[in-house]
Design a binder for this molecule. Structure first.
Ligand SMILES: Cc1ncc(COP(=O)(O)O)c(C=O)c1O
Length: 398
């Protein structure tokens, strides 16, 4: 039997009849950037998350950079984050000229350890950027308490956490800003790249809107004032004609071109309608894994405050490479997230990052992590086969 790591084709079959008319409508109307599909999706998402503002953007990496810039993080500022994440987390910090400062994670849930954050704060620290790794929210009460005490912003990396909850509140509503990815393999994945930023703060929202569209228009002018204290007279909508959109050609701050396109928004809108069901299926699979897998594997332990969306099911094994090879030989898709902790990535050095203490837990998790397949369309037979294959491997290790 073969169990893929992920099965996007089966998922697509289930929603094809909903997606295709919308995509064809966009192609017919040639309205590819902005427009109703994007604004509808943003409104649906705001409703789903119970957040005031949602702003679609090009991808999750940009969402982080936009969120950081909109929170006033500048070149040379330090941002405390987790070393156990996808590269983009720290890359986004470095891409705006800020310095990622790595703090070790917790053994049980692989998330940044709040008890170690305060020791890493310096007079340059501007923000904390927790990652809800594999879809399990970090300890946000402890993190926000530290942030408040030191006047720091909290930027959530929610790339893997759409639909996850912390004390009944959705990830993306727990800090000052939430940053999401719609990369196709995410729990809510588009038909290409996509991302979004969420916030309850009007100024941050305006700044995100400005930065994602070249710092132009009214949002750009307001952002110049909000972040730099410089007043600028924005051009008004009365100056617009059918052919000339003054918003586009008057620029007030340096930003990016990072928009969510209409086709992505249409696909994401359809999938959002199924997201809770997809995530519930993932939770059922995780429960079966917890029941059936040998307890010789080290499993994550999540607090009762947390409802993960099970983006990945990651266990730890002293036989990592051997187990992964065995799974592959026996047709079970698997992955190893992440093989290298961020502070050990060649791209980072002591000029563009800071590592105030040793990070043995992140390093150890990287050397042991094994990801098993968890996708909403998995059949009971497939789940049983994964469990049997892992357990059979361990029987040979008695
Ligand atoms: C934790 C984390 N942060 C950031 C990103 C970046 O998202 P994207 O690939 O959409 O740029 C990803 C995903 O790829 C991720 O898993």
């Amino acid at each position: 039997m073969k169990v893929p790591f992920l099965d996007l084709a089966t998922q697509y079959k289930g929603i094809k009849s909903e997606v295709e008319p919308k995509v064809l409508d966009i192609l017919d109307k040639c309205c590819f950037i902005g427009g109703k599909y994007v604004s509808d999706f943003e409104a649906e998402m705001a409703d789903y998350l119970s957040v005031k503002h949602v702003s679609g953007c090009g991808n999750g990496t940009d969402a982080l950079a936009l969120g950081l810039k909109a929170c006033g993080v500048r070149p040379g500022d330090e941002v405390i984050t987790s070393p156990f994440s996808f590269f983009a987390t720290a890359e986004a910090i470095a891409s705006i000229g800020a310095i990622p400062v790595f703090v070790d994670v917790r053994e049980e849930d692989y998330n940044i350890d709040p008890d170690k954050i305060e020791a890493a704060i310096s007079d340059k620290t501007k923000a904390i950027l927790p990652v809800h790794i594999f879809g399990a929210p970090a300890d946000m009460d402890a993190i926000t308490k530290i942030a408040k005490a030191h006047d720091l912003k909290v930027i959530e990396d929610d790339a893997q956490a759409i639909g996850s909850e912390y004390k009944g509140r959705k990830a993306g509503t727990l800090g000052d800003v939430g940053c999401f990815s719609f990369y196709p393999t995410k729990n809510l994945g588009g038909a290409g790249d996509g991302g979004m930023v969420t916030t309850d703060n009007d100024d941050i929202y305006t700044a995100v809107k400005a930065f994602k569209e070249h710092g132009s228009g009214e949002a750009g002018a307001k952002t110049l004032e909000y972040l730099e204290g410089i007043k600028a007279e924005a051009v008004t909508s009365e100056e617009a004609t059918e052919l000339y959109n003054p918003y586009k050609y008057f620029n007030y701050v340096i930003g990016y071109n990072s928009r969510l396109d209409a086709i992505q928004a249409a696909v994401l809108s359809v999938k959002l309608g199924h997201l809770d069901e997809y995530n519930a299926n993932r939770a059922k699979i995780a429960a079966k894994y917890f029941d059936g897998l040998t307890d010789r594997l080290i499993r994550p332990v999540y607090s009762a405050d947390v409802k993960p969306c099970w983006h990945q099911f990651v266990v730890r094994s002293e036989y990592k490479s051997e187990l992964c090879a065995y799974l592959s030989e026996n047709g079970v898709g698997n992955g190893t997230f992440y093989p290298v902790p961020l502070h050990q990535q060649k791209a980072f050095n002591d000029r563009n990052s800071r590592c105030p203490g040793s990070l043995p837990i992140a390093e150890n998790i990287c050397s042991q992590s094994v990801c098993l397949p968890v996708f909403p369309e998995m059949t009971d037979e497939q789940i049983g086969y994964v469990i049997d294959t892992v357990n059979r491997f361990y029987e040979g290790k008695k």
